[in-house]
Design a protein around this ligand. Structure first.
Ligand SMILES: [Fe+2]
Length: 276
């Protein structure tokens, strides 16, 4: 928070970090990685540089906190999480200024990948990142709720999952009088939208989205920061400010970074544009 009482949050997503030494564990890139990176070059160094460039930009424009909304890695192997941790440390930003949540890609390699990462290479980031339902991370003028909305699935599916327990935990926190007066930002990988067809929703949507949308409609200070769609999203519920906010994919940045910013001031969240 600066002297004007403003807290600036940088929202980055979908870095899809690759292990530059994948042959440590197997012969070259696995078929899983090749399948999932279809259309994106398998350029581990390039992806690393894009994430570092985004973090540098965010710091330059005065970010107080850095949210990474999932698909941190390509398939969630130990080597990819170790590479991610190296990049975050190389940014020289205090680990306690990061809030990380997993995306569907981060648990393709194993159901335990996220838990393993938090206990291993991402341990310095664990206190501020997705853990048990209901977890609150206080960041200047806002409260964050980082959520693990993933489950282990084959690489041919890209859905998310938010269960009744997690939505109830959000509702309990949203209704908590001691947390009123500041925006409550749910951070998760998938947007809470219901897709056009049930087949598409099963394949790529958030299972449990209807319940989460209901919670969003009930509490005006509740927001969702998400990734997954690799595009900017600003969705209001009824009239009022946009409360479902999506970020572009770092791995798809070209000549310049695209760092989404929010300013929290006087208990209000305002989009502060894209820094590049
Ligand atoms: Fe995703």
């Amino acid at each position: 928070m600066d002297i004007t009482g403003t807290t600036r949050i940088a929202h980055l997503s979908d870095a899809h970090v690759l292990d530059p030494r994948p042959s440590r564990t197997r012969a070259g890139w696995s078929m899983q990685v090749r399948f999932l990176s279809f259309g994106r070059p398998l350029d581990a160094i390039g992806r690393r540089q894009k994430l570092l460039r985004s973090l540098d930009t965010a710091r330059r424009v005065g970010a107080d906190h850095y949210v990474l909304s999932g698909d941190l890695t390509e398939i969630g192997t130990p080597g990819e999480f170790e590479t991610l941790a190296e990049i975050l440390h190389d940014s020289r930003i205090d680990p306690e200024r990061f809030t990380l949540v997993p995306g569907n890609h981060d648990v393709y390699s194993s159901a335990d990948a996220w838990r393993w990462a938090l206990a291993g290479p991402l341990a310095p980031f664990a206190r501020m990142s997705a853990g048990e339902p209901g977890k609150i991370v206080e960041v200047g003028g806002a409260n964050l709720m980082p959520i693990d909305a993933t489950f282990h699935q084959p690489v041919t599916r890209s859905a998310g999952f938010i269960g009744e327990e997690a939505v109830r935990a959000i509702e309990l926190r949203a209704g908590d009088m001691s947390l009123q007066g500041r925006p409550l930002l749910v951070v998760q990988h998938h947007p809470p939208f219901v897709r056009k067809t049930s087949a598409l929703h099963w394949l790529d949507g958030l299972v449990g989205a209807t319940r989460l949308m209901h919670a969003l409609e009930s509490f005006k200070h509740l927001f969702v920061l998400h990734g997954h769609l690799h595009s900017i999203v600003n969705r209001a519920l009824g009239c009022g400010v946009a409360r479902i906010l999506g970020a572009t994919a770092v791995c798809e940045d070209r000549d310049a970074p695209r760092v989404r910013l929010y300013d929290i001031r006087d208990g209000q969240l305002q989009s502060a544009g894209l820094a590049s």
